[in-house]
Design a protein around this ligand. Structure first.
Ligand SMILES: *Cc1c(COP(=O)(O)O)cnc(C)c1O
Length: 396
């Protein structure tokens, strides 16, 4: 009898009863909008900004509607003008090129290496040849690039780095939190990320002008003083009449959900990594599957797992079907047509045609990706890993 697995890969943990009570209390007040407060009250959205900035170690924070929104506003607030080129690692999710496009930027994709991280040599070459003023660095699936080298390239070519930390909330590189390397960073609290508020985004920065512009863009009207981690009034005064309102505020219900989960995130990270290691142990034991050995100085968050079976590309669909029939939901980045959350740079055809990225295509040809939900335990992860290794063996 073949072993199968039956838990869903998309099931999140429930919201605690205490938090449901907290959110219900806010609903009972009727004051769901962040600027709808009574005298002396600090709105939940402002309290979230204060707490998140303190936890992240950034001076300023803006809570907004989504991670993708935060990315677009980050670029605009950092001074992107229509038609400006934006370097970006080619392996990322669709909201990233979408945010660049929406902000008026033109992506210039950079190759990735076999460990799914941005290729530093290609970044340098394109920084030199493209005259891009921005880098949108997506820490895709939690794989953090060689940050010292990347920061040095940005300094050398006067490039403003925006970090997409949708998969690295809580991660560190050489002891420094992901999100604190660039000028500005964006985080997501969409259901499948490290904090679950359904939808939601956070932007952090130490730059007062970027912070003021981002806050105004989010739709703050002239109510800056009710923000939880904002620069001084004088900074707003200098930009308030020249910065548009792109309405995208966080509401108090989501803010309450995020704040409460932030208090438990270190524990969630530990639990994700136990599950990741249990899965990795099974998969990495197979001589027919490539995985990455995580760098020692990378404190990652194992909320997803990537691997490349050493089988022929034409056997990939049969391998995926085999896994699926045994209850293991594997996503594949090599498919010709985008499917669910996976798409590749060559499927974003609203962008100007890109020079082919041979290295990236080669790596993605067999790149597989699975979620590691906290509703699995370590034994579940071991079973999932064993099924994957077993299915790969059928295609050698
Ligand atoms: C989810 C995600 C985003 C955008 O977040 P949303 O809150 O869904 O808009 C950006 N980048 C990556 C890599 C993501 O996975």
């Amino acid at each position: 009898m073949q072993r199968t697995f039956s838990k869903p890969f998309t099931q999140q943990e429930p919201i605690s009863e205490a938090l449901i009570e907290r959110v219900s209390d806010i609903m009972r007040t009727g004051r769901l909008h962040r600027y709808n407060t009574v005298d002396g009250e600090i709105a939940e959205a402002a309290a979230l900004e204060r707490d998140y900035a303190a936890w992240q170690g950034s001076k300023y924070c803006l809570a907004c509607t989504s991670g993708g929104y935060a990315l677009g506003v980050a670029l605009k607030a950092a001074g992107l003008r229509a038609g400006d080129k934006v370097l970006a690692n080619a392996y990322t999710l669709a909201p990233v090129p979408g945010a660049i496009h929406n902000a008026g930027g033109v992506p210039v994709f950079v190759e990735i290496g076999e460990e799914w991280r941005i290729d530093v040599a290609d970044l340098e070459a394109k920084a030199q040849s493209s005259d891009a003023r921005f880098l949108m660095l997506s820490h895709m699936r939690g794989h953090i690039g060689e940050m010292e080298a990347i920061v040095a390239i940005c300094e050398r070519y006067d490039i403003t780095m925006v970090e997409d930390c949708a998969h690295t909330m809580g991660a560190r590189w050489n002891g420094k939190r992901s999100g604190n390397f660039g000028r500005v960073a964006a985080f997501s609290t969409q259901t499948y990320k490290h904090i679950n508020s359904g939808e939601g985004g956070l932007l952090t920065t130490d730059d007062p002008v970027i912070a003021a512009r981002a806050i105004i863009m989010s739709g703050s009207y002239m109510l800056y003083a009710s923000h939880g981690a904002a620069p001084e009034q004088s900074v707003f005064d200098a930009v308030k009449l020249t910065t548009p309102n792109y309405s995208g505020r966080m509401d108090n219900l989501r803010a309450a959900l995020i704040r409460a989960q932030l208090a438990g995130i270190d524990d969630s990270v530990r639990r994700w990594n136990e599950r990741y290691r249990a899965l990795e142990k099974q998969v990495a034991a197979s001589p027919h599957i490539d995985t990455v050995e995580r760098p020692q100085h990378e404190e990652f968050v194992g909320s997803s797992f990537q691997f490349r079976p050493r089988i022929s590309v034409k056997d990939m669909p049969a391998f995926l079907t085999g896994c699926s029939q045994r209850g293991v939901d594997v996503k594949w980045f090599g498919a010709a047509e985008p499917k669910a959350f996976t798409s590749r740079y060559d499927s974003w055809q609203y962008l100007a045609p890109q020079a082919p990225l041979e290295k990236t295509l080669k790596v993605l040809e067999t790149t597989c990706d699975i979620r590691v939900p906290l509703t699995f335990d370590e034994d579940d992860c071991a079973i999932v890993g064993a099924i994957i290794a077993d299915e790969v063996n059928k295609h050698l």
